[in-house]
Write a protein that binds this ligand. Structure first.
Ligand SMILES: [Zn+2]
Length: 77
């Protein structure tokens, strides 16, 4: 079973279980929104996780060598 986050044309989001991706494709045209009853149901785009606790990218250094980050880079001016 696969649970998809779905969204109707009016922006209502809901979840629906499907036996498989093929089952979703088969039933997609007959799905209706539980809130407004409209068709045109599509899979909601899963927003990628932004921000949060991830560490920031290390600052880029001119040459990428460890010595560069410590201020001893032979290529830095
Ligand atoms: Zn709706």
């Amino acid at each position: 079973m696969i649970r998809y986050a779905l969204r109707c044309g009016n922006g209502h989001e809901f979840d629906e279980w499907f036996a498989s991706m093929a089952d979703y494709d088969h039933r997609q045209s007959e799905l209706t929104c539980p809130e407004c009853g409209s068709g045109g149901i599509e899979k909601a785009i899963m927003a990628p996780r932004l921000g949060g606790n991830s560490a920031p990218e290390p600052a880029a250094t001119p040459c990428g060598l460890p010595a560069c980050a410590s201020g001893q880079c032979a290529f830095a001016d």
